[in-house]
Ligand binder design. Structure first.
Ligand code: NAG
Ligand code: NAG
Length: 167
């Protein structure tokens, strides 16, 4: 005959097994959801563009960022971290990545947004490579689930260019 302790133990093991199974299914079903995100960014204005005394170029710009990341949200999404990066090539580095803006989207209701802002983080080159420089604006996102692994993706918007002259 089973003792009371044994029964409690068996129930507990059963519960833990079911929970583990549910967690596995949760992260699996989440992975099957293939989201389609959209984003458009306009550089509305170059506020100023200068070479600093130390020789590094710095530019300040006003951006119009519109994005719909609602499809990233499932019942298993805790929040989404997004950042917009300027990405460009220089003789020294094949990829320079400078975060211009970032945010945390707490829910699906906030995932369709329009933001009109000057760059929140400074856009400074490690050198004086920015005049006439072509760059991409890339929206990166990290989806933080309630259960399971973090999911990372991005959307590249190519074809931006900085002015030829400082101003
Ligand atoms: C910003 O972008 C949105 C959506 O693309 C557009 O409707 C709006 O007119 C833009 N704002 C400016 C100031 O250009
Ligand atoms: C910018 O985007 C284009 C097109 O997607 C890509 O070929 C290029 O490598 C990107 N440049 C950088 C520096 O990431």
């Amino acid at each position: 005959m089973h003792s009371f302790g044994n029964r409690v133990n068996a129930v507990l093991i059963f519960a833990v097994t079911i929970l583990a199974l549910m967690c596995a299914m949760a992260s699996l079903s989440d992975n099957l959801n293939s989201p389609s995100a959209s984003a458009q960014v306009q550089v509305l204005k170059i506020n100023w563009f200068q070479k600093q005394p130390n020789g590094n170029d710095e530019v300040s710009m006003t951006l119009n960022i519109s994005s719909d990341l609602q499809s990233l949200f499932t019942w298993n999404t805790k929040q989404v971290f997004v950042f917009l990066a300027a990405e460009y090539e220089t003789p020294k580095n094949s990829l320079n990545q400078i975060s211009l803006w970032d945010g945390i989207i707490p829910s699906k209701e906030h995932a369709d947004f329009l933001i009109h802002t000057s760059n929140k983080h400074r856009f400074i080159d490690q050198g004086s490579n920015l005049r006439g420089k072509e760059f991409n604006l890339t929206l990166h996102w990290h989806v933080m689930p309630k259960i399971g692994k973090m999911f990372v993706d991005k959307l590249v918007m190519p074809g931006y260019r900085l002015p030829e002259e400082y101003r």
